[in-house]
Every structure is written in structure tokens, then in C-alpha cells.
Design a protein around this ligand. Structure first.
Ligand SMILES: NC(=O)c1ccc[n+]([C@@H]2O[C@H](COP(=O)([O-])OP(=O)(O)OC[C@H]3O[C@@H](n4cnc5c(N)ncnc54)[C@H](OP(=O)(O)O)[C@@H]3O)[C@@H](O)[C@H]2O)c1
Length: 242
């Protein structure tokens, strides 16, 4: 019943690690910053008296992902749940293409690569869950963040297909479409829309996993907002400054 949390220096991911730890699951905490990952793993272990381990994970080390998963399973046992929480918003449309390339590599290629590496064993065992943290930004291309949005949109579509395939194998795939959450990613951002806390977001994600939901919009009202945004005809939408 072990859980792998990827991108664990995210506050949302960290809180998710605590949720699973509190429920008694062994947790592997993975991040680029190994010192911080080890600190988070120790904190989860002490607070919840559960087994934890930690290690290096880079979303862009595609070739290394299968060996990484084998190493995680050797340390904490067969994976029951993997949480793909890492993400990179990049510098926005004004940044150069090297930045866009990185954003696509992290949010889509890296996410699909590690999901594939985890899915193989889960499908063979006929159980498990893959939780992918995507974004409402992936629901419609907007001038302000279309590189990040398109990478997240591709990840959303990927998860949809994976869910469709793995459902028959008994594996649950959940897409999380987050709106604004108060983290490093949104620090300093001006928004008239309420911002959720990482604690509330992680609890909603954990609860939706327990209910085996396919897609979670969080905060929930974002489902309605995106419904309206998606309904605006393109000839009108292109004139807006969203
Ligand atoms: N906050 C929001 O409003 C919001 C809205 C929609 C979706 N999301 C999504 O929610 C998830 C968590 O983000 P957050 O808001 O908590 O932001 P965050 O604090 O910036 O977390 C992003 C995480 O991704 C990791 N990461 C970036 N590039 C990586 C790479 N190449 N390999 C491995 N890890 C990498 C970061 O690690 P380092 O510490 O090493 O940089 C960090 O742990 C992301 O998928 C994000 O896209 C957030």
C-alpha cells in the first residue's frame, strides 16, 4: 500500500504526503532537492509513525524513470498510489523557446514518462492509482499562459486516455484540475478569485481519491468558471485579454 509523491517540495504535495502517512501508508518522498525531500520524509515518519523513504527525482530524466520506479519499489514495496505533483509554469509567453521547451518537458513529457513507468507494474498487479495534478489552464488556450496551459492540457488528455485503458486493468487514474492555490507558483499573483490553501487542496485530492473520482476541479467552483470560459465562441474569445 505504498505511496510515491513526486515533486514533494510543493506545499500541496507535502500535505498530500502527510494525508497518506496519517492513513498508515508507507510514503516515498521524491524531489529534485534531496535534502528537503529527506526532511519532509522524516517529518511524515515522525508525525504519523509510518515508514518513509526519500530520493532524487527529476521529471526531465526520462530515460531514468523506469529504474527510479524499480528503486522506489525496492525501498517501500509495490506502489499503490503515485501522485504526480510537480509542475513548472515557466516565464510565460514572453520567455524564449528554451523556457517553453522546459515547461513542455516537465508538465507533459516528464509527467507522461513517469506515469508510464508506474502504470506498467500497476496494470500487471491489477490495482493501484495514478493521481495527476493538472490545471484549469489546460482547459482553454489563453494568451497569458498558453505554453504552460497547452502542456497541462496535453497532460489532461493523456490522463483521460490512460484512465480509459487502465480502468479495464483495475487501476484508477484521477485528473486534478487545480484553480488558484496559495503556493510558490502563485506567489505575488493578483487575482480577484478566492485562492485555496494547500491544506484544503490536499484534503480534497485525498478525499476524491478515496471516492475513486475521475476528475476533480478544486476549488470546485472552477468547474463552473471553465464551463463558461470554454463556451465563449473563438471569434469573441480572441478579442478578450485573458
Ligand atoms: N498553485 C496553483 O495555483 C496551481 C494551479 C494549477 C495547477 N497547479 C499545479 O499544482 C502542482 C503543484 O504546484 P505548486 O502550486 O505547489 O507549485 P510549486 O511550489 O512551484 O511546486 C512545483 C513543484 O514542481 C517541482 N518541479 C519543477 N520542475 C521539476 C523537475 N524538472 N523535476 C522534478 N520536480 C520539478 C518543484 O521542485 P523544486 O522545488 O525543485 O523547484 C516543486 O516541487 C503543479 O503541478 C502545478 O502545475 C498549481
Amino acid at each position: 500500500m505504498s505511496v510515491l509523491v513526486l515533486g514533494a517540495t510543493s506545499r500541496i504535495a507535502q500535505q498530500i504526503a502527510h494525508r497518506f502517512g496519517a492513513a498508515g501508508h508507507p510514503v516515498f518522498v521524491a524531489a529534485r532537492d534531496t535534502e528537503e525531500a529527506a526532511r519532509i520524509a522524516a517529518d511524515v515518519a515522525v508525525r504519523h509513525q509510518t515508514k518513509t523513504a526519500s530520493g532524487l527525482f527529476d521529471a526531465r530524466d526520462f530515460e531514468g524513470h523506469p529504474a527510479f520506479v524499480a528503486d522506489v519499489e525496492a525501498q517501500v514495496g509495490d506502489l499503490e498510489v503515485v501522485v504526480i505533483a510537480f509542475g513548472d509554469m515557466g516565464g510565460g509567453p514572453e520567455a524564449d523557446f528554451a523556457d517553453a521547451h522546459k515547461v513542455i518537458d516537465v508538465n507533459f513529457t516528464g509527467a507522461a514518462s513517469i506515469a508510464e513507468a508506474c502504470a506498467a507494474g500497476m496494470a500487471e498487479r491489477g490495482r493501484g492509482a495514478i493521481i495527476g495534478i493538472s490545471s484549469v489552464a489546460g482547459d482553454r488556450g489563453r494568451q497569458s499562459n498558453y505554453v504552460y496551459g497547452s502542456a497541462k492540457g496535453a497532460f489532461t488528455l493523456y490522463l483521460q486516455g490512460l484512465r480509459n485503458r487502465l480502468f479495464k486493468a483495475g487501476v484508477h487514474v484521477m485528473t486534478v484540475k487545480l484553480g488558484f492555490v496559495d503556493t510558490r507558483m502563485t506567489f505575488g499573483m493578483e487575482t480577484g478569485i478566492p485562492v485555496a490553501s494547500p491544506e484544503a487542496a490536499s484534503q480534497a485530492i485525498y478525499d476524491a481519491w478515496r471516492r475513486r473520482e475521475d476528475t476533480l476541479y478544486y476549488p470546485r467552483f472552477w468547474g463552473g468558471i471553465m464551463g463558461v470560459i470554454k463556451a465563449i465562441p473563438e471569434r469573441v474569445f480572441k478579442r478578450l485579454s485573458l
